[in-house]
Design a protein around this ligand. Sequence first.
Ligand code: IMP
Ligand code: MG
Length: 178
Amino acid sequence: MNKNVARILISEEEIVKKSIELGKQITEDYKNGKAPILVALLKGSVPFLAELIKHIDLDIEFDFMDVSSYEGTESIGDIKINKDLDRSVRNEKVLLVEDIIDTGRTLKTVTKLMKDKGAVDVKVVTLLDKPERREVDIEADYVGFVIPNEFVIGYGLDFNQKYRNLPYVGVLKEECYK
Ligand code: IMP
Ligand code: MG
C-alpha cells in the first residue's frame, strides 16, 4: 500500500465487480433506443471509464472534456473549459462519466452545458458519491459507491495530480494536506 494512504476504502476487486453491475444496468436501460455517447471528464474518470466500457454491450462512443473547478482539497464554484468535446452531441443521448460527485457544482454546470449543446438526454454515472458535501441539487443516475466525507485518492482521483494510478480508492493521510 502507498505510504500516504491511511486505509483502503474500496479495493480493485470491488470496483471491477461494481463496474460489471453498472455496465449491465446501463446496457439494459439503453438497449431499446439510441446508444449514448459517454462523455468522460478528464482526468479523474479515465480509469473508471476504461473499466466500465468493457461491460457496456451497446454501440457507444466516448469523448472527453476537461473542465477545472478544483484546487487542492476544496472545490470552487466556477468551471473553466480546458478541452471541449471533439464531436457534436446535438440530438444525442449523453452519459456523463465522473470519478466523484462532491459539491455537485461541476456536474450541474456540465449537465447544463450538454443540454445547451443540444443533447436530448443527459444522464450521469459516477464511481463515487459524497452526498454530505453536496451544495447544489444534483444526483447521479448510476452510482458506484457512496462514501463518507473524507478526501480520497486513487483509481483516477488525485491530490495535486498524484496518486491517480493507485488501483484502489484510499483515504489520504491527513498529514499530507494539513
Ligand atoms: P464538485 O464540483 O465539487 O462536485 O467536484 C468534483 C470534482 O472534485 C471531482 O471530479 C474531483 O476531481 C474533485 N474531488 C472531489 N472530492 C475529491 C476527493 O475526495 N479526492 C480527489 N478529488 C476530489
Ligand atoms: Mg474530476
